[in-house]
Design a protein around this ligand. Structure first.
Ligand SMILES: [Zn+2]
Length: 159
């Protein structure tokens, strides 16, 4: 974890918290805190790139494998498949639109459970990226401020 001191008060709302909160945030604020952590993580371009690339990294090998022996009839598919594979293998990057197309094709090639499993992998990987990220002290301050805002908004919506 990062190098800040952990008080016994929740970093977001100031409530007294126990030792079971190693990140210095109480259970009630955990949700807003991790939401804010994700936003601050992804405000740096390279980090956002890694985070949002997770889905492509997990789905593309499956997409490529499932279509490698397909004889495409449509002209579009015939040219799209090799070009998107080439781009993926050489650059490791797809546009949002390209990925959308790949996923829509893949929808016909894998069953519901496989898709669910792959999405679970994406989710775990994203969680891992956020969990292993160590914010600087300044970033930690930004996370706390943003989490406080989220919390205030939640309260206002409640009342
Ligand atoms: Zn709190």
């Amino acid at each position: 974890m990062a190098t800040y001191d952990l008080g016994r008060e929740c970093a977001v709302c100031g409530a007294i918290i126990g030792d079971m909160n190693p990140d210095g945030v109480g259970a009630e604020c955990r949700h807003v805190y991790y939401g804010a952590r994700k936003v601050i993580h992804n405000q740096v371009k390279e980090r956002a790139y890694k985070y949002y690339g997770t889905k492509a990294r997990i789905f593309m090998p499956v997409f490529i494998e499932k279509h490698k022996d397909v004889k495409f009839r449509s002209k579009f598919k015939k040219s799209f498949y090799p070009s998107v594979v080439k781009q993926w293998e050489e650059k490791g990057f797809l546009s949002k639109k390209q990925l959308e197309i790949c996923l829509s094709w893949l929808g016909y090639k894998i069953d519901y459970n496989t898709e669910k499993e792959l999405l679970g992998e994406v989710h775990n990987e994203e969680k891992k990226i956020l969990k292993t990220w160590q914010p600087t002290d300044d970033e930690r301050d930004q996370i706390v401020k943003l989490a406080e805002t989220y919390r205030r908004n939640l309260r206002e919506n409640d009342s």
